[in-house]
Design a protein. Structure first.
Length: 278
């Protein structure tokens, strides 16, 4: 799914909204801020680091367009290379981000996401960002990407605009000057978007054995009754926000911490017998 927000000039998303969006879309983060001399971008797998950098850059350049993207992977590997926004090949700074799924044929062995292929190959082959100024091309791309939203920033002097939002009506503007591609930045969606494990989905096993609590939404590992109740013991993802323990978890508390590391520094059961959490 992903979350994409565009900040109009003199507006900035709230930090807690970016954090919530990152919890619900935890597979990589990135931003772009238009400045008088170029478009500053940043990408990474740590939401804390990327959000911090984005807000710093935005504070320095508040009078232009800015975007922030949180990825929920559907195509391509989960790494920094596939974090939005992507550079569109051009003489002038042009970057593209997307929310949704694009109908793109991905060749075997191509580890790029659908959005990255669209930015680097498809839009370039269409003639670049200025092609979007043609009404027929705009309609064609809008219909082809129906259900998706695409944002393009450019400093190309031949382009009609610096900011393009394809299928803008599929998202919404708030009262603070931000356009959001969906509502996964709202606290009401916190951690429910990923379907985290809970006892409501538990399966009782025979002979009084372990109780299966569900699957980790991040790596699909099974969680059992006496497992760490806060972090997956396989991938170390937080069950509440899907951030990684000691890195991207946005809801760390001392109580969670005492459950999470044994004497060898590995995530494990909290159990008096093993002495974890001491």
């Amino acid at each position: 799914m992903c979350l994409l927000v565009v900040a109009s000039p003199n507006s900035t998303p709230r930090k807690k909204d970016l954090e919530c969006a990152s919890c619900n879309n935890p597979h990589g983060f990135g931003f772009a801020v238009v400045t008088p001399t170029g478009i500053i971008t940043g990408r990474g797998m740590s939401s804390k680091k990327v959000i911090k950098k984005f807000l710093e850059v935005r504070k320095e350049f508040p009078n232009s367009y800015a975007m922030f993207h949180a990825r929920y992977a559907t195509h391509g590997v989960k790494n920094e290379d596939n974090c939005h926004p992507f550079k569109v090949p051009s003489k002038y700074d042009t970057y593209l981000a997307h929310n949704g799924i694009l109908d793109i044929n991905i060749s075997a062995g191509d580890r790029r996401s659908d959005t990255r292929i669209f930015a680097e190959d498809t839009l370039f082959a269409m003639g670049g960002v200025t092609a979007l100024d043609d009404a027929h091309v705009w309609t064609m791309v809008s219909k082809w990407a129906l259900g998706s939203k695409i944002v393009v920033f450019t400093l190309d002097p031949d382009a009609n605009d610096q900011c393009y939002i394809i299928n803008e009506n599929a998202g919404h503007w708030d009262n603070e000057g931000m356009w959001w591609s969906n509502s996964t930045y709202k606290e009401s969606t916190w951690s429910t978007y990923l379907g985290t494990p809970s006892k409501s989905s538990a399966l009782a096993l025979n002979d009084g054995g372990y109780e299966e609590l569900g699957e980790c939404a991040h790596c699909l590992a099974v969680a059992f009754e006496d497992a760490n109740p806060y972090y997956c013991e396989m991938c170390m993802a937080c069950y509440d926000c899907s951030g990684t323990y000691s890195d991207t978890c946005l809801c760390w508390t001392p109580e969670k911490d005492r459950y999470s590391y044994n004497k060898k520094g590995k995530v494990g059961y909290y159990n008096d017998y093993f002495g974890f959490g001491n």
